[in-house]
Design a protein around this ligand. Structure first.
Ligand code: 13P
Ligand code: SF4
Length: 363
């Protein structure tokens, strides 16, 4: 591990006390006072003064424009704790997006999440605050790749990670997220599956469900096969078993919590693996005092804010550039100007909705 990461381990030992989400603020300075209490030692005060003003204006405007703000767990702490009506993982936010009757859904997350909201609830205006907030997994596969796989392996159901674009979902039998993937694979009426596009997530599911991993183009073994793709999350791909060993060498009582987009070796060397919400819940409910959080660093900050008595070790040199596109400034612009609106071709949307509906029924 880099020297920088060790320094961060030490620096982040200083964590603030008594955190909760902010309540409704009457003025911008109320917002600042509440954020300061929540995020002391995590976000510098000078930064919070500016961010609190923007957050206050967003909260005022979202009521005026009948908007709901959904915030993924990876949002930076000042945004995460000030403007979302709901925070959560991909599955949790998809469920809320499907049910809201607000006129606008502002999605503080990445494009595939905003697309999922539009697929499930097409009569709402869905806004993504940054024009380009992609995902290396979603970019790793196209609809024609999926059609070719279906032709090569006919009759095998396609399970696709929610981290894909609408046209890929449209070619899919059922979607899954990090919180329900193994469950969905077990519940399908098929011993073999095509599981796309995350190589690591698929290998982690294959281990849990007892399937043989088959790379595209290879011949099937005949039973219990899982055909995988070679997509990877550019963030989770960077965590190594050596990082875990270094942390444990330095702090032997460290409990290691990893997202299932990490390699199977990293997941197996960890103490717990689950979706971003499951990781957050695990830390909250655990009696342990020190954790290594192997996922986007901002989520480690958000967990630290809510668990001031626990120590969060995190590697902040590894970031998701796509999630980091979403800022308070751009969210305000998005609400003011109704940009960037998500539009999906109706034929694709209906087919993609089928695979999301199946997932929601099965999970
Ligand atoms: P979750 O569904 O666990 O929030 O994961 C989404 C994601 O993109 C993780 O990198
Ligand atoms: Fe995609 Fe990885 Fe970023 Fe999640 S962390 S949005 S999987 S690139």
């Amino acid at each position: 591990m880099h020297m920088l990461s060790y320094l961060l381990f030490f620096f982040w030992n200083i964590i603030p006390k008594n955190m909760t989400h902010i309540s409704e603020a009457v003025t911008a300075s109320d917002t600042f006072e509440q954020l300061k209490k929540l995020l002391r030692g995590i976000v510098p005060e000078t930064e919070l003064i500016v961010k609190a003003e923007i957050a206050y204006e967003i909260n005022r405007l979202k009521k005026e424009k009948n908007a709901i703000i959904l915030g993924h767990n990876y949002m930076e702490p000042a945004l995460f704790y000030s403007i979302p009506d709901h925070v959560g993982d991909s599955l949790g936010l998809a469920r809320i997006a499907a049910e809201t009757d607000a006129e606008r859904i502002v999605f503080c997350g990445v494009r595939f999440m905003a697309e999922t909201a539009k697929i499930l609830n097409p009569n709402r205006m869905v806004l993504l605050p940054a024009e380009v907030a992609g995902c290396s997994l979603a970019a790793s596969i196209t609809a024609s790749d999926v059609r070719e796989l279906k032709a090569k392996y006919p009759g095998i159901p396609v399970v696709t990670y929610i981290n894909t674009y609408a046209d890929v979902k449209a070619e899919t039998d059922v979607c899954c997220t990090s919180s329900n993937a193994s469950d969905i694979v077990r519940k399908l009426d098929s011993d073999s599956v095509i599981c796309l596009p995350d190589e690591f997530l698929a290998k982690n599911i294959a281990r849990e469900t007892g399937k043989h991993v088959i790379t595209p183009g290879s011949e099937r073994t005949g039973k219990n096969d899982m055909v995988i793709w070679d997509g990877r999350c550019e963030v989770h791909d960077k965590f190594t078993v050596e990082d875990i060993e270094n942390a444990r060498r330095q702090f032997p009582d460290t409990v290691v919590v990893a997202h299932p987009e990490c390699s199977p070796e990293v997941v197996q060397a960890s103490d717990y693996s689950g979706s971003t919400t499951a990781m957050t819940r695990f830390v909250k409910e655990s009696d342990a005092g020190r954790f290594l959080i192997l996922t986007e660093c901002a989520m480690g900050d958000n967990i630290a804010a809510e668990n001031p008595e626990k120590e969060m070790l995190r590697m902040c040199s590894i970031r998701c550039p796509h999630m980091n596109e979403i800022t308070l400034e751009d969210t305000l612009k998005s609400l003011r100007e109704d940009i960037y609106q998500i539009e999906i071709d109706e034929d694709i949307r209906i087919r993609a909705k089928g695979s999301l509906d199946r997932m929601l029924e099965l999970s």
